[in-house]
Design a protein around this ligand. Sequence first.
Ligand code: T1G
Length: 696
Amino acid sequence: MTATRYVREGTLAVLEIDNPPVNALSGLVISGLIEGFDKFERDEDAAALVLRCRGRTFVAGGDIAMFDDPAFSPAPFNDLLNRISASPRRVVAELFGTVLGGGLELALACHFRIACENTRFALPEIRLGLIPGSHGTQRLPRLVGLAEAGRMISTGEMIDTGRALEIGLIDLIADSADAVAIATLSPRPVAAQAEGAPEVLRNLADAAQLRIHEPAYQAIAETLAAAAQLPFEKAAEVEADWFRRLLPSAPARAQRYLFFAERRSAEVPGLSRGAATRAVERVGVLGAGMMGVGIALSFALAGLPVTLSEVEQSRIDAALERIEGTLAGMVRRGRLSEHAAQACRNRISGAVGIKALSQADLVIEAVFEDMAIKLDVARELGRTCKPGAIIATNTSTLDVDVIAAATGRPQDVVGTHFFSPAHVMRLLEVVRGRETAADVLSTVLGIARRIGKTVAVSGVCYGFIGNRMAEVYMRESEAMQLEGASPERIDGVIEDPAWLGMAMGPSRMLDMAGVDVGARTVIEWIASGEGPQEPAYRALCRRMFETGSHGQKAGYGYYRYEGRKALSNPAHAALAAELAELHGVVHRNDLTEREIFERLLYPMVNEAAHILAEGIAARGSDIDVVWTAGYGFPRWRGGPLFMADEIGLPEIVARLDHYAARDGDPHGYWQVSPLLRSLAAQGGRISSWTGKGERE
Ligand code: T1G
């Protein structure tokens, strides 16, 4: 299969790329482009050259799969771009779809860029821990100025055709380039050096300082400064040097790993990509609380009609009001056009009673997280939903198999753990019950992608993947609070990018989510006999639950709040001391930052190894997808397992053994998973482990 083709269309030469699915710049494509341009240079009576792509989009970037190859270099492609740019005959890019990264850089080297409506443009390399490596940091600012280029390169965000025309990124909006258009277009001036106010460079330098652990931001600051101060050739060397340094860096490797991990996580071993699915035209959501409203919005924003059902009209009215407020906010913030908001409103209807969902193809119950209530609802849904309808239970920890059995049609049931706010959070944990039918699972995975979710498939266990690991993370956070460390010190260590860089530490996260929400499930778990039975287990959150210390919404929890401002909470410190006394926990003054970091991360890695060994998660990278998409684990770390591999599994096992030996391990919390120990012994990596025991 040739990935490129050189043909003549009258006086125009056409160099066509055909490399499905997104015309990525593979080695084959690049060599084909070089050969094609050689032909154009020999083809002297061709008036101009058109660069065109077949398929669904113009080039969507360099082939990310190539970047781990030590032999990879953008130099051959970059040399071609310089030849295109220097060509005495016109070279025109015909743009459509998503013109990204190296694809936009290819277009920037051309003399003209013609795009059809609905084309989108970006230099998203920063999302891979990189910078544009094919003169994008030089050609873009010289064409559109430093401010616009700096914004595009440092956010990686897409702009649409209208904006691209407005800033001069493209020359014409048309479906294709014809000889007349090409002949009449007047060359757009490209500055010798980028213009733009010096404060743009200062802002980029400040941003780089703030994100010192992500070197790509320093690279953006320095390459754009070069674009403003150096001749092109010299400035291009600054870009090349940075690109070469960033490619093997841990943040870049971590984000390349996540790019593919997030696409792999939707694949279920044993379930082929083309597996049968059930048609879903209408969605029903039972329960119009915050979660139900978010779930309804997720589907309606993606174009699916939704019926929101509640037990009384007043709750429906309140929910529709909340939906209106959310949509208005999205329009106000420019996240949604008024037209799209209106279309979304029109897709959502409210109805009293579960019968209103009897014709839905997919029903998601988002009632209160209480097993007794869920079982009543499950029984009623089992009777009410039409044959073949899928019943999804939105739960964060409850046993999906028990709920499925109560419906009387367990093959139609699946767990869908949305993260709040459901229309914002990207992660959706899809919980496969023991009897969940294959077509139910493949349908829900397809629907999840349609509503823009990043999925991870979990088996049934307490807390599934994310919350089960979060439980050990919270356990150690509270244990250290009983030993005398404050919530702010513990959160501060884990939020510090020098240690990990979590968006939010454990106590801050619990206060925001509501201490009562988490505490209730822990109390139920302990009461069920499944959870730890030691009296001190999560004693803090249980007492806080009883005393109404429920976090931000109560004005106090682990922290004291003035509005949203979290302050040290003396009452909490007193409670911790009282419970330490009660449970005989020895106060410690020697708790180091290293110990805080290790006791929060390493037990999570160990729990992940149990989750993998039990088959709850199919692959290590699925677990990293859960934590980076749903829990604020920094993407430039790749996730807890990628980070564990970077630290080294032998070190992690040694430290787990150390804490077990130092503190004794009466409850087995520090028992190293046999899988983790064997991977450490074999020099294996847990992030690339799959159920088959092979590297992916
Ligand atoms: N390289 C390799 N594979 C890619 C790819 C890429 N750039 N982009 C997509 N794919 C694969 C993806 O893995 C999936 O494969 C299939 O295409 C469909 O993707 C030198 C160095 C284009 C908006 O960062 O943003 O250029 O799972 O499921 O939702 O300066 O893909 O089917 O086997 O995401 O419709 C810069 C990344 C690279 C763009 C389409 N470019 N891609 O979204 O489909 S760095 C990017 C995307 C660079 C230069 C630098 C999206 C998309 P499979 P998909 P989608």
